[in-house]
Write a new protein. Structure first.
Length: 247
């Protein structure tokens, strides 16, 4: 069991937090091609013209990924809808097409919720399908990009199917955030749609953190902490960021 962390903030402040949980689906192949969805393979061996976005390649959606996404939507009491994929344009070296295939205005699942063991109910805004990115490794120095001598890119993970579960800003403290993610882990593992191994990156969390005066209903400027890969790190990051906002 993880060690409890400080959950309350000094008066007169309270936390406002929402989480984006990215969960890789345990399909045999990627979202739009037949390349294996496999962790730990030799770099750049599970790739093809489609997941690399080469001209003339034809994406075909993975039926199993759509079924798994709908099953998770039902488990979160979402409204499950016919959906449309969208192109999210941005440049980053581990995104070989320079855009990510995601869902925007018509996601698969909307308007759900998840009840925590203490009875708190966290709203789920949406749980949509998208493809994962590749992985950058920075070589030399302390392993960070600022001190690295060079960087390597592995595209094996690019195109792996993801479900992004976006909560509403209903999380009031760091322990609730950890409990919410732990419940999601249990659900996706029980459904068999993901192994949810945070240490392998098959479940990752982005935390959107802001603070406001206690009792207020305003939503102030938030900051996003990306790619958190453990429950303990999630709790510490939320507390640190909330106190930074207060300062």
């Amino acid at each position: 069991m993880s060690r409890p962390i400080e959950a309350s903030l000094p008066d007169p402040w309270e936390l406002v937090c929402g989480l984006e949980v990215h969960c890789e689906l345990a399909t045999e192949t990627k979202l739009f091609c037949g390349c294996p969805n496999q962790f730990g393979a030799e770099p750049n061996t599970n790739i093809c013209p489609t997941c690399l976005g080469l001209p003339g390649s034809l994406p075909v959606v993975n039926e199993r990924a759509v079924i798994d996404a709908m099953a998770l939507g039902r488990a979160l009491d979402c409204e499950v809808n016919a959906s449309i994929f969208a192109r999210k344009n941005y440049f980053y070296p581990d995104m070989p097409k320079d855009y990510q295939i995601s869902q925007y205005d018509r996601p698969t699942n909307i308007d759900g919720h998840l009840a925590l063991p203490d009875g708190t109910v966290i709203g789920v805004e949406r749980a949509h399908i998208e493809e994962d990115t590749g992985k950058s490794t920075h070589v030399g120095g302390d392993g960070r990009i600022t001190s690295a001598e060079y960087s390597l890119v592995d595209y094996n993970r690019a195109g792996v199917p993801l479900i992004e579960i976006v909560s509403r800003p209903d999380i009031a403290n760091a322990e609730q955030a950890k409990a919410y993610v732990a419940e999601l882990q249990d659900i996706v593992v029980a459904l068999g749609v993901s192994d949810a191994r945070m240490e392998e990156g098959s479940m990752r969390v982005d935390a959107n953190v802001s603070v406001r005066p206690t009792g207020s209903d305003e939503l102030r400027t938030r900051c996003e902490i990306k790619n958190i890969n453990s429950l303990s790190s999630l709790g510490r990051a939320i507390v640190y960021e909330a106190k930074r906002h207060i300062d």
